[in-house]
Structures are given as structure tokens and as C-alpha cells.
Design a protein around this ligand. Structure first.
Ligand code: NDP
Length: 302
């Protein structure tokens, strides 16, 4: 397949590109920094700085849309929230326009979203059929991202939307920062630790994206989360145990709220999400439990 990927230079996209290239797919990646992206991507990957660089007569069979500003790097001022929103919506709109412009419409688009779609949901057990429990910024961001992606279906494109949990890998995402902190014995439980954390191993995440791209008939919303979500307290203890360090520390909720403002909601709230549709369709998780996932990552050089 000829596959166009946005966010291909990132943590998830980079791993996806390596797997796609190994499967013999031809890759085009959209990046704001083509030179930097090229140095990270498999040999032979074409990197474009703008979708305008793609001609009307080019053949693109599938699109994977992962681009978006990182949610964790700065406090959420109103202007930061606009940037987080625009970085996802503008890219998605440009992809929809590209699909419209190409002489031959791509057959499939796989577009990102997050379990934040459900809002801070307490202990509620959530599947793809659940609605948002709180219409907070995480919900508004994901909902707008999903609605924009849905515009491609009018053009006959098969669309999968992937509501992703916290992706665990050594080379990016949350664990890249946390692993060394826990190795130093400085990891901390967040607040009372009762909030739910729906996570997924990077290898299962990539397998879900590949399946959505390559399998005819696969479409709609999918929760990309392991079948065993955990509380933050469980996660804290499991990570400390994976790096063989004690876990006595607590980051008090008021301190996190003071330091991080609204962004603290991502750490102090959460979602208890189940991958019902993947399981119903027979998807097998390589890493269903957190302990198996962390054990694997502990043996992975970063
Ligand atoms: P990364 O931060 O590692 O990569 C994001 C990519 O998006 C980068 O490669 C970058 O490409 C591109 N990007 C960043 N800012 C902008 C911008 N302003 N405009 C256009 N493109 C931009 O993210 P991940 O790989 O971890 O995640 C991929 C997507 O999945 C993100 O949208 C994220 O929100 C979502 N997600 C991730 C989760 C996780 O745990 N990692 C959990 C749930 C959802 P370049 O610099 O080359 O232009």
C-alpha cells in the first residue's frame, strides 16, 4: 500500500512507520521539519512539508492521521488550548481536502483520538458505546477532532477512529519521562491514586493501527486500550516494582492543581475504558496486563 502518515515523526507514528516499512508499504510522511523527520524515519520514506506537495494524480491508498501538539508540555492557557485544537483540526481538514482533490480517493483513513473523549469519568466502565461523562477540554478536543475526520466518509473513504489510552513505550509518551524518575526512586502517586488509567503497550497500539489500515471492513470507533485498565495507585506501584525501587512518595492533588492548573485534570482524573469492539472482533492483545507490559519494557533498551 502507499500510505500517507501525519505525525509520523512522533512516538507512535515513528513506530508505525518502522512496522509499515518492514511490511513493504511505501511511506509518505507530513512533517513541519522534514530534515529532522527524515533522519528518524526508515530509509526510502518520502517526507513532505505540505500536503500541497502531493500531486492530484498521485496514488495514496491509505492515510493515518496522528499529528498534534503534545498536551503535557505547557500549562493550558486559552491560547495553548487553541494551539492544541488547531494542530489537530487544521491537519485533519487539510487531509479531508486532499482526499477530495486526489484523482483517485484513498480507500481508508485511520484517525487519532483519545480516551479523553469520555471526559473525567470516575469509576464508570466505558466502551465505545458510552457517551462523555464530562464535557471538559479533553472531550471537546477529541470530539472536534473526530467530527472533522468524519468528513472523509462522505467521499467513500473507510474511516477508523482510534480512541487511544496512555501509550507505554520507552522511546516516547508518558513513560519516557517517568522511567528515569522511577529509576531514581522518585516516582510519586498522583493525589489519592484512585483515578483510572487506561493504557496500551506501543506494540499493541501499532498492531491496532495496522489492522485498521489493512483490513477491509474494519471501520468506526475503536478504544485502543489494554483490556485491564488500572488505578493510578496500581500503576505507580507496578512501575516502581518494574524498576525495583520503593514507591513511598505522593504528589498531593492541591499541589498539582496549583502547579499545573487545568492540565492537572489529565493526571488527577481519568477513564476506565474497555476495548469492547476490538475484543468482539477477535483482536488479541500481546500485553493485556500492565505487569506483562512493564516487564517487556524493562527488558527493552531505550
Ligand atoms: P508525539 O508528540 O510524539 O508526536 C506528535 C506528532 O505531531 C509529531 O511527530 C509532530 O510532527 C506533529 N505535530 C506536533 N505539533 C504539531 C502542530 N502544531 N501541527 C502539526 N503537526 C504537529 O505524539 P504521539 O506519537 O505520542 O501521539 C500521536 C497522537 O496520538 C497525538 O495527536 C496524541 O495527542 C495522540 N495520543 C497519544 C497518546 C500517547 O500516550 N502518546 C495517548 C492518546 C492520544 P512534526 O514535528 O514532524 O511536524
Amino acid at each position: 500500500m502507499k500510505v500517507l502518515i501525519t505525525g509520523g515523526s512522533g512516538f507512535i507514528g515513528g513506530e508505525l512507520c518502522r512496522r509499515l516499512a518492514a511490511h513493504g508499504h511505501a511511506l509518505t510522511v507530513l512533517s513541519r521539519s522534514p530534515e529532522r523527520a527524515r533522519s528518524k524515519l526508515p530509509e526510502g520514506t518520502r517526507v513532505v512539508a505540505s500536503l500541497d506537495d502531493i500531486g492530484d494524480d498521485e496514488a495514496i491508498d491509505g492515510v493515518v492521521n496522528l499529528a498534534g501538539e503534545n498536551l503535557f508540555t505547557r500549562r493550558w492557557s486559552e491560547s495553548r488550548k487553541r494551539t492544541l485544537m488547531a494542530s489537530r483540526l487544521d491537519t485533519t481538514r487539510e487531509l479531508v481536502a486532499l482526499c477530495r482533490r486526489l484523482d483517485t480517493t484513498p480507500s481508508v483513513m485511520v484517525s487519532g483520538s483519545a480516551v479523553g473523549f469520555y471526559g473525567d469519568a470516575g469509576d464508570a466502565e466505558l466502551t465505545e458505546h458510552s457517551s462523555a461523562r464530562r464535557k471538559d477540554f479533553g472531550y471537546r478536543l477529541c470530539d472536534a477532532w473526530e467530527q472533522t475526520a468524519r468528513e472523509v466518509t462522505g467521499q467513500g473513504v473507510r474511516l477508523s477512529i482510534i480512541r487511544t489510552g496512555v501509550v507505554l513505550g520507552r522511546d516516547g509518551g508518558m513513560l519516557k519521562g517517568l522511567w528515569p524518575v522511577y529509576r531514581l526512586g522518585l516516582g510519586a502517586r498522583l493525589g489519592d491514586g484512585s483515578q483510572w488509567l487506561s493504557w496500551i503497550h506501543i506494540q499493541d497500539m501499532v498492531a491496532i493501527l495496522m489492522r485498521a489500515l489493512e483490513t477491509p471492513g474494519v471501520e468506526g470507533i475503536f478504544n485502543a486500550t489494554a483490556p485491564q485498565p488500572v488505578t493510578q495507585r496500581h500503576f505507580h506501584r507496578a512501575l516502581a516494582s518494574a524498576v525495583h525501587r520503593p514507591a513511598p512518595w505522593v504528589a498531593p492533588a492541591p499541589l498539582l492543581r496549583l502547579g499545573l492548573g487545568e492540565l492537572s485534570g489529565l493526571l488527577l482524573g481519568g477513564q476506565r475504558v474497555y476495548p469492547r469492539r476490538l475484543e468482539d472482533q477477535g483482536f488479541t492483545f500481546r500485553f493485556p496486563s500492565l505487569e506483562e507490559a512493564l516487564d517487556d519494557l524493562a527488558n527493552t533498551a531505550s
